[in-house]
Design a protein around this ligand. Structure first.
Ligand SMILES: Cc1cc2nc3c(=O)[nH]c(=O)nc-3n(C[C@H](O)[C@H](O)[C@H](O)COP(=O)(O)OP(=O)(O)OC[C@H]3O[C@@H](n4cnc5c(N)ncnc54)[C@H](O)[C@@H]3O)c2cc1C
Length: 498
C-alpha cells in the first residue's frame, strides 16, 4: 500500500507551505507537491496590516518563532537582512490622463493623488514579499521542520474510497501517496477543480494584466522632484508603498524590493482595453507611450532573468461555486482570483490558512468537520462577493479620480476597522473578513455603489459641487466604521496613520 498522509497539500506557494508547516507542528503527516522548483517567478507580493496581524497570530498560535519576524519590516530587516523585501508604508495612487505632455521640456501638470498610510514608522510597516526568495525561505523552513515537500511533481490525483490517491513522478522518480484530506493551494491551476469538475460563479470585475519583474525602474518620487512637484503633503515617501498609477479603465502597481528589483504590472478593464492580440511587449510599449509620465519611470527598465520577459494574462477573474467537500478544501486564491487592487489577496489567503488549519486540527472527519467546512464555504463566498463589489466599483470610478478617491474609502474604512477589532481581540478567526458578514457594512457598500451609479449615469463628468456631494455622501455612509478620518475634505486625500 502507498504511504498514507493526513493532508496532501497541492502547491508550495506561501499559502500551501504555511498550512503544511502548521499542521505538521501539531503532529499531522503532511506532504506538499508542486509542479515547479524553487526559486521560481511568482507575483502577489504586497502585505497589509491585516496580513501582518494574521501572520503574527499564526506564528504565535503555532510556535512558528522563526517566521514571526516577517510580520513587520523592522523585525524582518533586523533578523533576515539577506531575504529581499520591500518597505510598504501605505498605498499611493496617482492619476494620469492619456497623452498628458511630458515631452518638449514641459513637465506634466500635477497629478491628482491619494495617499493612505498603513503604518506610523518604517519599523512597524508592511512589506512586499519577493516571492521567489520568500517562498523558497518558507520551503526551507518547512523542510527543516520535517515537512515533505516535493518539487517538480507531476502526477494524477483521484478519489480512492474516502481517501485521495496521488501518483506520479517527482523529479523523474515514481511516487504515490494516499491522503485523508487534500488542501488545494495551487492557485490559478486549481487542481481539484479539474478533478472534481467544480462549477463556476460569476464576478463583476473584468480585468486582465500585463506584468513583470524589472531592473532599472526609477523611483516615482525622483521624477516628481524633477518635475518640481512638491511631495511635502505626502504622509510617507510615495515609493515606500504599493504605488498605483490610475489610468483610464485600469491601473498599474509598482512595488519596489530592496534587491534592486521592482514588480510592476498594468491591470486593465477588459471591456475598455480588450486584448488585441498584441505581444506583451507591444502592449506594454503602447501603454507607456499613451501615459508618458509612466513611460519615463520605465524608460530604462528591463525584465529580470528569472521573470524572463513580460507576461500577459487573460481575464483574471475566476471563482468556484464549491470550495469544500468532506475531505477537501480550496485556499482562497485557489477558490477565486479577483484583482490586485488594494492588495487584498495575501491577507485573504492567510485568513484561509488560519481557518482551514484550525478546523483540521480541531475536528475529526464527520459532522463537526463538515459543519466547520460549511462555515468556511459560506464566509469565503460572502467575502468574495464583497471584494468584487468594491473592486468593480473602484474600476467604474477610475474615470474620475475624485470619485475613486471617495469611493475607495469604503474599502479603507472597513480595512482599518477590522484591523482595529483584530488588534483588540474582538474578532475571532471564524468572523468574517473585512466586515463582509456585517449587515450594516454591506448596506454601506450597496448604498455607496448606488451613489456611484448616480454619478456615472450623467453623460458628462461630475462637476465640483457634485464631487463634493458624493464625498459627503460617502463620508456619511462610512461614519460608523470610519476610525481614520477618511473623506475629510481638509485632508486633501492625504491620510496619515492614526
Ligand atoms: C496580478 C496579481 C497581482 C497580485 N498582487 C497581490 C498583492 O500585491 N498583494 C496581495 O495581497 N495579493 C496579490 N495577489 C494575490 C496573491 O497572488 C495571492 O493571494 C497569493 O499568491 C496566494 O498564494 P498561494 O500560495 O495560495 O498561491 P500561489 O502563490 O498562486 O501558489 C500556487 C503554487 O501552486 C503551484 N502549482 C500550480 N499548479 C500546480 C499543479 N498542477 N500541481 C502542483 N502545484 C501546482 C505553483 O507552482 C505555486 O507554487 C495578486 C494576484 C495577481 C493575479
Amino acid at each position: 500500500m502507498p504511504p498514507v498522509c493526513d493532508v496532501l497539500v497541492i502547491g508550495s506557494g506561501f499559502g500551501g507551505v504555511l498550512s503544511a508547516l502548521i499542521l505538521q507542528r501539531h503532529g499531522r503527516r503532511v506532504v506538499v507537491v508542486d509542479r515547479a522548483r524553487h526559486p521560481r517567478f511568482l507575483i502577489g507580493e504586497s502585505s497589509t496590516p491585516m496580513a501582518d496581524l494574521v501572520w503574527h497570530d499564526l506564528c504565535q498560535a503555532h510556535q512558528l518563532d522563526r517566521l514571526a519576524p516577517l510580520a513587520e519590516y523592522g523585525s524582518w530587516q533586523s533578523t533576515y537582512p539577506q531575504l529581499p523585501c520591500g518597505l510598504k508604508r501605505g498605498f499611493s495612487y496617482f492619476a494620469h490622463s492619456p497623452h498628458s505632455p511630458t515631452s518638449g521640456g514641459q513637465p506634466p501638470a500635477r497629478f491628482p493623488q491619494l495617499l493612505v498610510s498603513a503604518s506610523q514608522h518604517d519599523a512597524d510597516a508592511d512589506t512586499h514579499w519577493y516571492r521567489p526568495e520568500f517562498d523558497l525561505f518558507l520551503v526551507q523552513e518547512a523542510r527543516a521542520a520535517g515537512v515533505e515537500i516535493c518539487e517538480e511533481a507531476h502526477g494524477h490525483l483521484a478519489q480512492a474510497g474516502s481517501r485521495w490517491h496521488w501518483s506520479g513522478q517527482v523529479a523523474g522518480i515514481t511516487h504515490e501517496w494516499l491522503a485523508d484530506f487534500v488542501l488545494d493551494a495551487s492557485g490559478e491551476a486549481n487542481v481539484l477543480g479539474q478533478v472534481l469538475d467544480l462549477g463556476s460563479l460569476p464576478l463583476q470585475t473584468h480585468s486582465r494584466s500585463v506584468f513583470g519583474h524589472f531592473h532599472g525602474v526609477r523611483p516615482w518620487g525622483e521624477l516628481l522632484d524633477e518635475w518640481g512637484h512638491s511631495q511635502a503633503p505626502h504622509p510617507f515617501p510615495c515609493d515606500d508603498a504599493a504605488l498605483h498609477h490610475v489610468i483610464d479603465g485600469g491601473w498599474m502597481y509598482v512595488l519596489r524590493f530592496n534587491n534592486g528589483i521592482t514588480s510592476a504590472g498594468f491591470l486593465l478593464d477588459t471591456r475598455q482595453h480588450p486584448d488585441r492580440g498584441d505581444s506583451p511587449d507591444e502592449e506594454w510599449q503602447r501603454l507607456l507611450a499613451q501615459y508618458p509620465a509612466i513611460g519615463r519611470q520605465f524608460a530604462q527598465a528591463s525584465t529580470t532573468p528569472l521573470c524572463g520577459g513580460l507576461r500577459k494574462t487573460r481575464r483574471l477573474q475566476r471563482r468556484r461555486d464549491r470550495v469544500v467537500g468532506s475531505n477537501w478544501a480550496l485556499l482562497p486564491f485557489t477558490a477565486y482570483g479577483l484583482d490586485a487592487l488594494h492588495s487584498t489577496g495575501n491577507a485573504h489567503t492567510l485568513r484561509g490558512v488560519e481557518r482551514l488549519c484550525q478546523l483540521l486540527l480541531d475536528t475529526a472527519p464527520g459532522p463537526d468537520r463538515q459543519q466547520a467546512l460549511d462555515v468556511y464555504q459560506r464566509l469565503l463566498q460572502q467575502e468574495i462577493d464583497l471584494l468584487d463589489q468594491i473592486v468593480s466599483g473602484c474600476y467604474a470610478s477610475f474615470r474620475q479620480f475624485d470619485l475613486f478617491a471617495s469611493f475607495s474609502m469604503i474599502y479603507f474604512a472597513a480595512a482599518v476597522f477590522s484591523e482595529d477589532q483584530r488588534r483588540r481581540g474582538k474578532s475571532g478567526i471564524f468572523d468574517s473578513h473585512l466586515l463582509a458578514g456585517n449587515d450594516a457594512y454591506r448596506r454601506v457598500v450597496n448604498a455607496g455603489l448606488d451613489a456611484l451609479q448616480r454619478q456615472l449615469a450623467r453623460s458628462r463628468p461630475a462637476d465640483t459641487a457634485e464631487l463634493e456631494a458624493f464625498r459627503a455622501e460617502i463620508a456619511g455612509l462610512i461614519a460608523p466604521f470610519n476610525l481614520a478620518g477618511f473623506c475629510d475634505p481638509a485632508r486633501q486625500h492625504m491620510y496619515p496613520y492614526i
